[in-house]
Design a protein around this ligand. Structure first.
Ligand code: BDR
Ligand code: CA
Length: 312
């Protein structure tokens, strides 16, 4: 299996990504989960990450808290999407598994130094603060990363938090710039992909029909999450943004994209956090990212239903 670190700000869709990874031990070994400030403040994202690991029956997965604010900006959160707790839906239990004492950024650095070079993949599904902080603190780890598979950005779909920017990149554009310029092989799941990964009533019913706690929670989470996109875009169904990254690690054939140059706007207040993607190759700037554009939606949901169905 491929060794990964999930860097996350749960988030209903983050939660499904974590559940999908932990249900797929043949393909994926989760070395740790690191929380970052994003959808809600760090105190809540680290707690939510532990709730999700416990829901998966995996209190043995080490959960760390990373940075509580972007590198150079005031934190912007998304309670309007995810609710007050970040994981609104059914009432949540208090987690009983511990938060690790070690700082999450230190965990990323130490793990990359300890594991053989080129064997650890980073899966950031929130703002890129922790990853960038690790790269700045320990430049020697950059070339040790196998790949970064992240959710963030948009090109044809433009933005969701502003007209020009997707949330994860917008929150910490300086961090995104560091990551996109790091030279690490990047695979990016932008809104162009994730807005095609919408749930349907039939899919949510299949979650419910599992008759398990995981099925019940995921159905309720996607129901809660859906109301935002319905109001905003008039679309039916919730976009499961973050699970696209984990699905890619299991079934890369579900996605298609282009290896292109992507730059991050950090200077303009109007277009802060925009991912300027040279989809048509009109510059000579070197390619730095596999920027995905399409998803096999049916295959994606078959995978999710199959894997989540493994939980007792
Ligand atoms: C991203 O922002 C968050 O609200 C979601 O969890 C996802 O990571 C989508 O723009
Ligand atoms: Ca997220």
């Amino acid at each position: 299996p491929r060794k990964i670190i999930i860097d996350t700000d749960p988030g209903q869709d983050d939660a499904v990504a974590i559940l999908l990874a932990l249900a797929s031990p043949e393909e994926i070994e989760v070395l740790g989960v690191v929380a970052v400030a994003g959808n809600v403040p760090l105190a809540l994202t680290q707690k939510n990450a532990r709730i999700v690991c416990e829901l998966a029956g995996r209190p043995d997965v080490p959960v760390f808290a990373g940075r509580d604010a972007p590198l150079d900006r005031i934190l912007v959160t998304a309670e309007h999407v995810h609710g007050k707790t970040g994981l609104d839906g059914p009432p949540l239990p208090e987690p009983t598994m511990p938060l690790q004492d070690k700082d999450g950024v230190d965990f990323i650095v130490e793990t990359l130094r300890a594991e053989p070079e080129g064997t650890v993949t980073l899966v950031p599904i929130g703002p890129l603060t922790n990853i960038a902080a690790a790269f700045v603190a320990a430049p020697d780890i950059v070339e040790r990363v196998q790949e970064i598979v992240l959710m963030g950005g948009a090109y044809f779909e433009v933005g969701n938090i502003t007209p020009a920017a997707e949330f994860n990149i917008y929150v910490d554009p300086e961090a995104a710039e560091i990551v996109f310029n790091s030279g690490v092989p990047l695979t990016v799941m932008p809104l162009d992909v994730t807005h095609k990964a919408l749930t349907s009533e039939a899919i949510v019913q299949r979650f419910r029909d599992m008759g398990t706690e995981v099925g019940r929670m995921v159905a309720a989470w996607t129901d809660f999450f859906e109301r935002f996109d319905m109001k905003k875009y008039g679309s039916e169904g919730a976009p499961l943004h973050d699970p696209c990254t984990v699905a890619y690690l299991i079934r890369p054939d579900l996605f298609e994209g282009r290896h292109i140059n992507v730059e991050i706007e950090v200077a303009s207040p109007l277009t802060r956090g925009m991912t300027v993607a040279d989809w048509w190759g009109v510059t000579n700037r070197p390619a730095n990212a596999m920027f995905m554009g399409t998803i096999d939606r049916d295959g994606f949901y078959e995978l999710i239903v199959d894997r989540l169905g493994r939980y007792a």
